[in-house]
Design a protein around this ligand. Structure first.
Ligand code: EPZ
Length: 419
């Protein structure tokens, strides 16, 4: 198991190229199961979560070829049961449910267990599948879905914490091959949902309204092969934006869609940093006198929960009192106790974190617990005195392509150590 040593205090400057979006690539790769014809997906990031998804596709019977950032999948004949051993490693495996149900009218996938960021139910996915006419049972730890025919229908997929991203993806994928028209109200509007809908439409689906709260899908008989390039990863970009704000003289993010980062940029600007946007880049400049913030995580286009931990790391050293409210995953504060070990002054009150900015953080051995919490610890290490040892680095490798190399190219001093 690797660990990362962050030597704090080094200024960052220069350009960083943002990779393809993990959370777009995962459902898009799953969607290739909807056709017998080959699909070619480019700008796929090299991450362990992507490797798990490719293993699942192979196990299901698809032929998978990967050359650098391009993946070719041909799913001529597929099985409808995904293996527990791989599925259990990644919650996003549930996004093969929709394509399997759509194509095979049957799907058996391990039920995802708990997760450190909180309860991760799939009741809304099931609600959507049942509205399409599927029956579902939970047996021996698996979700089993089956349907004689899938029929389009109207449904609302909004849950108590808002819309569901993978739930919207899953139902949208299954509905492409249903008879008739499906209307999803309360749909997630994240850019990753739009990217998936664009890919499905290239495959011959008839989807309208992706990116709004109402998506309409007119079922078609079959889908065909297509080529698609995955959108840039707005969360990876946001993470480097925060790194640049913290430690940057000037850091430019390249190959991004600034419009996908609007809410993050607004908050970083509100904190006093200078952020400049161009067609496909964002430049951030450090500021010696940042201001504290109040922010609430919300569904897109609001501030993303996937950027909450990184913002927390930034605000730890912003003099004054900042308040963060986490409304999507109310318990997603695993980074807080580790940041406190580095000297941060944070108290939690339910789903709210109250951060009193401190003058300095000091490096310490810390434990990564989930992907974004780990990124926050690396960010905290950049601005801490001495060395921060981030253990369980596999969490970071799930979602950040070569984070050590990218930060080092900007001037950081990070070592990856094999343990
Ligand atoms: C996606 O997870 C992302 N994962 C997450 O990214 C992200 O944090 C999350 O959306 C929210 O933006 C991928 O895209 C692979 P949800 P997803 O269903 O779709 C509740 C990262 O760090 N809910 O939109 O699984 C749920 O508990 C991660 O890259 C139900 O109640 O999240 C939460 O409160 C981790 N019932 C809210 O909805 C359901 O059936 C939103 O979750 C499903 C969800």
């Amino acid at each position: 198991m690797d660990k990362i040593l962050v030597h704090g205090g080094h200024k960052l400057s220069g350009n960083v190229r943002i990779s393809g979006s993990k959370n777009s690539a995962l459902p898009i790769l799953a969607a290739t199961l909807l056709t017998k014809e080959p699909c070619v997906i480019s700008n796929v990031p090299d991450l362990s979560d992507i490797h798990f998804m490719l293993q699942i596709l192979s196990h299901l019977g698809a032929s998978v070829e990967r050359a650098s950032g391009t993946v070719r999948v041909e799913a001529v004949k597929i099985k409808s049961e995904a293996p527990y051993d791989i599925v259990r490693k990644m919650r996003a495996s549930v996004c093969v449910l929709g394509p399997l149900l759509g194509r095979k009218k049957k799907a058996i996938v391990s039920l995802p267990g708990g997760c450190v960021i909180g309860d991760r139910p799939i009741d809304l996915h099931i609600r959507g599948f049942e509205a399409l006419g599927a029956t579902s049972v939970i047996e021996h730890g698996n979700v089993k879905l089956s349907a004689r025919t899938l029929r389009g229908s109207e449904m609302n997929l909004r849950g108590k914490n808002g819309p569901t991203v993978l739930g919207t993806d899953n139902v949208m994928m299954a509905a492409t091959l249903a008879k008739g028209v499906t209307v999803i109200e309360g749909a997630a509007a994240e850019p990753e949902v739009v990217d998936l809908a664009n890919f499905l439409n290239k495959m011959g689906a008839k989807i309208e309204g992706a990116g709004t709260r109402r998506i309409t899908i007119e079922g078609v008989k079959e889908l065909h092969g297509a080529e698609h390039s995955v959108i840039p990863d707005r969360i990876e970009a946001g993470t480097y934006l925060v790194a640049g704000a913290m430690m940057g003289t000037e850091v430019k993010l390249q190959r991004v869609k600034p419009e996908h980062l609007a809410s993050v940029i607004t908050h970083v600007r509100e904190s006093g940093y200078e952020v400049e946007t161009a067609a496909s880049s964002v430049t951030v400049r450090g500021n010696g006198n940042p201001k504290p913030l109040r922010l609430t995580t919300e569904p897109y286009p609001g501030f993303p929960t996937d950027m909450q931990a990184q913002m927390c790391a930034l605000l730890c050293r912003t003099i004054g009192i900042s308040v963060i409210s986490e409304t999507i995953f109310p318990q997603r504060y695993m980074h807080v106790s580790e940041l406190k070990r580095m000297g941060a002054d944070i108290s939690l009150d339910g789903h709210t974190a109250i951060i009193k900015g401190v003058k300095k953080l000091s490096g310490a051995p810390v434990m990564a617990s989930d992907l974004r919490a780990s990124a926050a610890l690396v960010l905290a290490g950049l601005q801490a005195d001495g060395v921060t040892e981030v253990n369980r680095v596999y969490h970071i490798d799930r979602g950040y392509e070569s984070i050590d190399e990218k930060l080092n190219a900007l001037g950081a001093r990070i070592e990856r150590v094999k343990v």
